[in-house]
Design a protein around this ligand. Sequence first.
Ligand code: ADP
Ligand code: MG
Length: 247
Amino acid sequence: MKPVLEVQGIRKRFGGITAVDGVSFEVHEGEILGIIGPNGCGKSTLFNCILGQLQPTEGEVKVDGRVTTGMRACDLNRLGVSRTFQLLQVFPQLSVRENLILAGQEHKGTMLSRLFGAPDAGLGAAADQMIGFFKLGHLANERAGGLSYGQQKLLDAAMAFMGGPRLVLLDEPAGGVNLTMLANLKERLRAINVEQGATFVVIEHNMDFVMSLCTRVLVLAEGKVLAEGAPAIVRSNPKVIEAYLGH
Ligand code: ADP
Ligand code: MG
């Protein structure tokens, strides 16, 4: 079966720093690939190179076999690719529901539909469905800025799923989220994975989260792939243990 995502030899230099140093991997339909590694090892930069926020110095990205290197986020959205950022991207002044509608518009992506479409751009029903799915019903009309950090992270994740993407890249979705919220997030991601066959790549520091959610794990260290494989095997790899204990 053809991979959904192919990353080949991605390298990214910032001046004298090589943040990502020749990373290659593939992700297949329905997989949940975890990416772990010490702070500053290039995880977010790798995502940014895959998703068009940054132009890689070298390397190629393919989605469904088609070269997408450097393609803009809105064009990737049309191919069914979506993401969350390490730092929250919710609009604090807007309600939960309005944030979801806006995210849906981003993913549909035409200025004309924003200017001349229905006030909810026909996305109200989809937003309500997402609110139900992520169990945010009691918060639907609250200002996003008034929610707890964990609730905002959950909303941020929900926003990435507006438009029914097939491939979602999540950058530290569990960072700073309490245990209850974490369990909720994990359960929701698993449900979307199973029910919609969605494919995920998840950057995460929380080892338990990664080990219990992911089907395969890629370990980065200093911009390079240090190890790759099933969670249990990666976890007991001496090189991986050393990279973690070393920081
Ligand atoms: P991670 O997400 O694994 O913590 P990052 O990808 O954020 O790591 O950073 C990898 C390295 O690249 C770090 O040394 C960081 O300082 C550097 N870096 C990231 N973004 C930039 C940038 N825009 N300009 C210069 N250096 C950057
Ligand atoms: Mg990061």
